[in-house]
Design a protein. Structure first.
Length: 222
């Protein structure tokens, strides 16, 4: 199973590398959205520091959503998904591998670039590790939850709008805890509680989401 999962991850990363423009679009969207806010609201340092966690987290959430529609679409179009459904390996393992590949392409770059974006908002340097850790724990949850919605809306006309309606309410707790951890650290309080809740969400999502994705794929392919 581990070898099958590794092959799926490597294959999806190679496909993403060949379609670098799609990956760059989501990353540029994140950079542009986070860069427009300081230009739009002015250069007041206190205001920028107060809105930075929420803006960065909302931009990361929307950036992850941009690539969800392509998570299973290409495999569905060329028949690869049908072969994966007929594979002897558990579909949940395959779904987890595809969600991991999606996070490596769309979530991990945001974690790496977020501290640089935070420079625009004059965030204190001690908050950078908290911001990066909150994104490191939260963005995999976004990929796992989003993959469930992408599987449910696979092949539907207007599936992008329906996908947004399905996953956005489920993203709200992650958004609140992710931005809240940075806010608490900025206020001089320990962000451990929010970060531990994010870690608990990640564990629960990693345990149950792959099987929900597998069930959703079977429903969509019938």
């Amino acid at each position: 199973m581990l070898e099958a999962a590794r092959c799926i991850v490597v294959r999806d990363l190679l496909v993403a590398w060949r379609r670098r423009s799609d990956v760059a679009t989501a990353l540029l969207f994140f950079v542009i959205v986070t860069s427009l806010f300081p230009l739009g609201i002015g250069a007041e340092p206190e205001l920028l520091r107060s809105i930075a966690p929420g803006v960065i987290w909302v931009a990361a959430l929307l950036s992850c959503m941009l690539s969800l529609g392509r998570l299973f679409a290409a495999d569905h179009a060329d028949g690869t998904l049908e072969q994966l459904l007929l594979s002897s390996e558990p579909l949940g393992v395959i779904a987890a591998a595809k969600a991991l590949a999606h996070w490596l392409v769309s979530g991990l770059p945001l974690v790496l670039i977020a501290p640089l974006i935070a420079l625009q908002y004059d965030l204190p340097a001690p908050l950078y590790p908290v911001l990066a850790l909150s994104l490191l724990l939260g963005t995999p949850v976004l990929s796992l939850i989003g993959a469930i919605g992408a599987a449910l809306t696979l092949g539907l006309r207007g599936g992008g709008v329906l996908l947004s309606l399905l996953v956005l309410p489920l993203y709200v707790p992650v958004l609140i805890m992710g931005a809240g951890s940075v806010d608490m650290a900025a206020a001089g309080l320990a962000p451990d509680g929010q970060l531990l809740l994010l870690a608990a969400l990640l564990i629960v999502a990693a345990a149950f989401a792959p099987w929900a994705i597998a069930a959703a794929l079977r429903i969509s392919m019938e």
